[in-house]
Design a protein around this ligand. Structure first.
Ligand code: SF4
Length: 411
């Protein structure tokens, strides 16, 4: 087995930030101030921060349920309440855990329950499941459910799409003012958008450092260190965190520290992580000298369009330009570009049983990309959270055969 790379020191600071985030939300929820908004992961968080809400992201909670492997036993509770085992397993794990009165936040931070929402805000840019998910809590707590319904399968982001999303953002403001007790202030929104832009710029730099050989960080590290970009964007802490992480990664590059010692192959991960099997997958690939250096999933929190000079329009553009909202032609160009820049030899597609929205293997994209780029592709069947859909043995065998194929090609 190759030696492990030294641990990333910035992780300690990230853990502190995440603890502060959840403990702050818990306090706000118990004291009723500031008001708490739940937001989908690529929803209009900037508007919510600008209105003075503490912002909580249920998908992050869904991923925690997956990573702690609690999800698989929570999902049946939601199934019994009528939520199908075939729909998003973030949704079923989260609602199941709520019905059971369980959260991984208890073990991690001593927090009894997830923070109660005062308002729920979704964006269907990623899928329709998020609306149904939040509707469960809106009924349960009898609180306002607001949302943006976005165009999907977008090729070119057209001006009338942006105008539509901007007007949907603006329509939310009267309810947000009523719930928060604060007046909307455009200058405050500009400042939050500026901070989100600074955060996202640094997150892009972190991800782009993986173009170095050897890469200082792998996809599996990215899934951990993306947390501040997901839940703290719009805040200075996230900007400061990525400055710290970048300095450490640049040092690693200068010293030739490899995330995968003896890196021999460079791969791309397409689709959702398998949260409960990150370590197993990381170790299997590392043992074969294969580094996963890029992924569309972790790139989803790069929002190049943010511009404080036009906060609403740039937010609308940023949330419409996302990979998951786009048509297949765009997605193929996007993956080809990253594959070429990162020296990718193979793409692993994760076909996540409960997330068709983020499983891009189902309409022959792997075959088209293999032909176009002249690289190998592999599809792994599994799920983001429901481990009943994932076989360790099958995944390991498929990965071994895939890397062998890369070895033969290289020879
Ligand atoms: S994109 Fe997939 S994983 Fe994310 S909320 Fe929608 S269905 Fe769930």
């Amino acid at each position: 087995m190759p030696p492990s790379p030294p641990p990333i020191q910035a992780t300690k600071q990230m853990k502190k930030l995440m603890a502060g985030h959840f403990l702050g939300l818990d306090q706000a929820s118990r004291e009723g101030r500031p008001k708490v908004a739940w937001c989908t992961s690529v929803g209009p968080a900037e508007l919510l921060h600008a209105m003075g809400f503490d912002v909580y992201y249920p998908e992050n909670h869904g991923a925690l349920l997956g990573a702690t492997r609690l999800a698989t036993e929570m999902i049946p509770m939601a199934n019994a309440a009528g939520y199908s085992p075939d729909i998003c397993s973030y949704l079923t794990a989260d609602i199941g855990a709520f019905l059971k009165g369980v959260t991984p936040l208890t073990q991690a931070y001593g927090i009894e329950a997830v923070p109660k929402a005062d308002v729920l805000v979704f964006n269907t840019n990623q899928c329709r499941d998020v609306e149904d998910w939040f509707a469960f809590y809106a009924r349960h707590w009898n609180i306002p459910l607001l949302g943006v319904r976005t165009h999907r399968g977008v090729g070119e982001v057209k001006p009338h799409y942006i105008a539509d999303v901007v007007s949907q953002f603006k329509d939310m403001i009267p309810t947000l003012e009523k719930v928060s007790g604060n007046k909307f202030d455009i200058d405050r929104l500009r400042e939050v958008v500026r901070l989100s832009k600074e955060c996202t710029r640094r997150w892009r730099q972190v991800l782009e450092l993986a173009a170095q050989r050897p890469t200082p960080m792998s996809f599996f590290d990215h899934t951990i260190h993306m947390a501040p970009a997901v839940v703290l964007r719009g805040k200075q802490e996230a900007v400061d965190y990525y400055d710290l992480l970048l300095a450490e990664l640049e040092q690693r590059v200068a010293e030739g520290v490899a995330a995968v010692p003896g890196e021999r192959h460079r791969l791309y991960w397409e689709g959702m992580p398998v949260w409960g099997r990150l370590r197993m997958l990381s170790e299997s690939l590392t043992n074969l000298g294969a580094a996963v250096v890029a992924s569309t999933y972790c790139n989803s929190w790069i929002f190049d369009a943010f511009d404080p000079a036009s906060p609403f329009e740039s937010m609308a553009r940023a949330y419409l330009e996302l990979f998951i909202v786009r048509d297949d032609d765009y997605k193929e160009r996007y993956i080809s570009d990253w594959a070429e820049r990162f020296g990718i030899e193979g793409i692993i597609f994760h076909d996540a049983k409960t997330c068709p929205n983020n499983s891009n293997n189902r309409y022959a994209m792997p075959q088209r990309l293999a032909k176009k780029l002249g690289i190998a592709t592999l599809t792994i069947n599994g799920d983001l959270n429901d481990l009943r859909c994932f076989s360790d043995e099958q995944a390991k065998t498929n990965i071994e055969a895939f890397v062998e194929q890369l070895e033969e090609k290289a020879a």
